[in-house]
Design a protein around this ligand. Structure first.
Ligand SMILES: [Zn+2]
Length: 271
């Protein structure tokens, strides 16, 4: 209790300061969602960014020094998932570890610089009760291109919300019993449909092949679609859109206007 009192007092002090002007420049340059948000949501995003930048430990690997611009750019995309709710700020994530480019996944121990590395390089990973690992080049490219339909930071932080709140293990808090009753059915049917399509080598599925791996990947992928291809998701999976809107308490379709007409050029590998 004392800890949370101190933390809340520290947050109030932090948020009493004006939002740094140079940070707005970073957001305008690197976070394609930012200019699309209405002013009230921009302000809320700004507050969440400040808390995340201040409270997480930001670590560079592979020779990378994590600049203020990198912190703000990553925190902003992670904060999109916190925008509409009073949810805490990823309480179980202490470290955000940034690599210059794709990395082979380190394993726990030895401060995430272990000798044991995965075979396949990836651009991102979220560890349950551990860090989020990100490749800066993919963060920047996908942050600047929200229409591409993919967002590495959103994907990995959706995993962290899932780990913390048991979203795919049970049902998230939607503030509405009727919606909560629909959640499991709608998500399970969509996941099974997608899995079948991938198994049958169907081309051009709405969700990525990686989303067919398990429910956790499906939820992270659906979250990316919700934030980056909202009009398409709403059109193709209207009930899922409504459920995700109830969970995240935002309406990204209103930010983007009409259906996204430009397709992404492929996405980076994320775990
Ligand atoms: Zn994943």
């Amino acid at each position: 209790m004392l800890f949370s009192w101190l933390r809340n007092r520290r947050r109030r002090t932090l948020l009493a300061e004006p939002f740094p002007v140079r940070w707005t420049t970073f957001l305008e340059r690197n976070v394609g969602h930012y200019p699309r948000l209405p002013p009230t949501e921009q302000a809320r995003l700004g507050n969440a960014i400040r808390v995340l930048v201040s409270e997480k430990r930001w670590r560079g690997r592979g020779g990378l020094f994590v600049t203020e611009e990198m912190r703000v750019t990553i925190a902003a995309q992670a904060a999109l998932l916190l925008l509409g709710s009073e949810r805490d700020f990823y309480p179980r994530v202490r470290d955000v570890i940034v690599f210059p480019t794709e990395f082979r996944t380190p394993v726990a121990g030895d401060d995430w610089e272990d000798d044991f590395l995965s075979e396949t390089p990836s651009a991102g990973q979220a560890v349950d009760r551990g860090p989020v690992l990100l490749a800066w080049d993919a963060v920047l490219a996908e942050g600047r291109e929200p229409h591409a339909g993919y967002n590495l930071v959103i994907h990995e932080f959706a995993h962290q919300l899932d780990f913390t709140h048991g979203i795919t293990a049970s049902v998230p808090d939607l503030g509405d019993r009727a919606l909560e009753t629909r959640w499991r059915y709608v998500m399970t049917v969509a996941f099974e449909d997608h899995r079948r399509a991938i198994r049958n080598n169907k081309a051009d599925t709405f969700f990525t092949p990686h989303a067919a791996d398990d429910e956790m990947e499906f939820f992270a992928d659906a979250t990316e679609a919700f934030y980056c291809r909202p009009a398409d998701l709403k059109e193709l999976h209207a009930e899922m859109y409504a459920l995700l809107a109830a969970y995240y308490r935002v309406d990204p379709a209103a930010w983007f206007g009409t259906a996204n007409d430009d397709e992404g050029n492929g996405f980076s590998v994320r775990l």
